[in-house]
Write a protein that binds this ligand. Structure first.
Ligand SMILES: Nc1ncnc2c1ncn2[C@@H]1O[C@H](COP(=O)(O)OP(=O)(O)OP(=O)(O)O)[C@@H](O)[C@H]1O
Length: 464
């Protein structure tokens, strides 16, 4: 796996998505490499080495989450983000902090399941096609006397006058099925409608109770209830192309071993899981008043998870000892030294992220593989419109984003999203009716769409 990437290679990969923030990229790259180094050791020493967690310090919207999320994606590690402040809310019960580990496990299960479903996809599709054939040509007992195969496709209702299946009938059905199988394989029946039974997705008790501080209870109840609740099935009439997807999904589900999935997922969480705790600065404060006592309480609750403990999840116990934690905050009011000492000790790697400049904004708009301008251009291209941004126009957009950040709230690169949305609002609306094939976005165009809003502070506070 890409675990073997060297720190330099990791930084290079991150460079494809995140502009600047060299130090932060370096730190996460080293933390990741250390995991790989640890894996090379013998069991005894391996268990002794705990991951060195990272504290990212920097204003909002400068790429803290993005760096961590990309890193996780790079190596296929399960990742979740939580806001530390969530745990100070009214109704908060101590146990809630463990939900971050449960969520991470849930994410890992989904990842492993998707991987395995992908691995059996071809076999599952084969099975699905076999089922489709049977749906189109049911066995004689259920079948009307059709004159031709197409009549059969449209009329699948069981007939009262069914006859007992004889040897001859069997041969006939088999022959029809063979023909249909060939037609299916050649993609000739994609639009024909078939009736399929699909399992209905119902929100579980667990889902309903999530976020209300009762996860643990919900979890136990769901497990208990699921043993008694029959799975609801619903008949749906779908074209073959859609029915195949539903059936393939069902068949893939049958082919994978969920016990193995869970086991692998738990292992993944324990060995490579990453938890991003945002707004950690908001729970850092000296305990001199009531509110601060509650904040310190949150730190005390988080501590055992970061230090290494076992959390009970729906998928079994999960050890948190080697999960990598990245905590982040602006630290405008509090300082990292305002965190409780034990927690400070668990986040020995500190990195400061830089404020973004106009030229960073310009690069963010254009350079990353998923750069915003590329995204918008691609979207409009689906309507047959090619949008070209002149270099001066991009500079202008970056300047406006910077200015609005200064004048109102500084939300970092997120400002670029709101500004672009406003800039292209009319064009997006009119796109289907526009006959031009190329539209040039010039500084004048930018001015025309945005300058009146930028000049009016109250207006920009609402719109940009
Ligand atoms: N340096 C950067 N390079 C490229 N894109 C960036 C950069 N910084 C921010 N962005 C973009 O801005 C958005 C917000 O960034 P991100 O979620 O990383 O913010 P953050 O620093 O974690 O702030 P917060 O703590 O408020 O979550 C993302 O869409 C991200 O892609």
């Amino acid at each position: 796996m890409s675990f073997e990437l060297t720190p330099r290679q990791i930084v290079e990969r991150l460079d494809q998505y995140i502009i600047g923030q060299k130090d932060a990229k370096k730190s996460v790259a080293v933390a990741l490499r250390n995991r790989y180094r640890r894996m090379q050791l013998d069991d005894h020493l391996r268990d002794e080495i705990v991951p060195k967690n990272i504290l990212m310090i920097g204003p909002t919207g400068v790429g803290k989450t993005e760096i961590a999320r990309r890193l996780a994606k790079l190596v296929g590690a399960p990742f979740v983000k939580v806001e530390a402040t969530k745990f100070t809310e009214v109704g908060y019960v101590g146990r809630d902090v463990e939900s971050m580990v449960r969520d991470l496990t849930e994410t890992a299960v989904r990842m492993v399941k998707e991987e395995q479903m992908e691995a059996v996809k071809d076999r599952a599709e084969e099975q699905a096609n076999k089922r489709l054939v049977k749906l189109i040509v049911p066995s004689k007992k259920k079948q009307t006397n059709f004159k031709n195969p197409f009549e059969m496709i449209f009329n699948q209702q069981p007939n009262q006058d069914t006859q007992e299946q004889t040897g001859d009938d069997e041969v006939e059905v088999e022959n029809k099925r063979k023909r249909i199988a060939q037609q299916l394989a050649m993609g000739e029946l994609e639009d024909h409608m078939v009736n399929v039974e699909v399992e209905e997705q119902q929100p579980s008790m667990f889902d309903m109770l999530q976020g209300s501080g009762m996860e643990q209870m919900g979890m136990n109840m769901q497990d208990a209830m699921s043993q008694f609740m029959p799975k609801k099935k619903k008949k749906r009439r779908l074209p073959v192309s859609e029915a195949r997807k539903v059936l393939t999904q069902e068949e893939a589900q049958k082919l994978i071993d969920m016990d193995e999935v869970t086991q692998k997922a738990v292992q993944k969480v324990e060995q490579s899981g990453m938890i991003f705790i945002d707004e950690i600065d908001k729970v850092a404060a000296k305990s001199d008043n009531q509110a601060n006592v509650s904040r310190e309480g949150v730190q005390r609750d988080i501590l055992p998870i970061v230090e290494g403990s076992t959390v009970v999840t729906k998928h079994g116990p999960v050890k948190t000892d080697h999960i990598l934690f990245v905590a982040a905050g602006a630290f405008h009011m509090a300082r990292p030294s305002d965190l409780i000492p034990e927690l400070q000790g668990r986040f020995p790697i500190r990195v400061e992220l830089e404020k973004l400049t106009i030229s960073d904004f310009k690069r963010i708009l254009t350079e990353p593989s998923n750069a915003l301008l590329k995204q918008y251009s691609a979207l409009l291209e689906t309507e047959g419109i090619k949008v070209e941004f002149s270099d001066e126009a991009v500079t202008k957009l970056a300047e406006i984003a910077f200015e609005v950040n200064q004048e109102t709230d500084n939300i970092g690169a997120r400002r670029l999203h709101t500004i672009l949305e406003k800039l292209l609002e009319d064009l997006s609306f009119e796109a289907p009716d526009v006959t031009m094939d190329t539209i040039k976005i010039t500084p004048q165009y930018v001015d025309e769409k945005l300058s009146s809003i930028v000049k009016n502070k109250d207006l920009s506070r609402f719109i940009l």
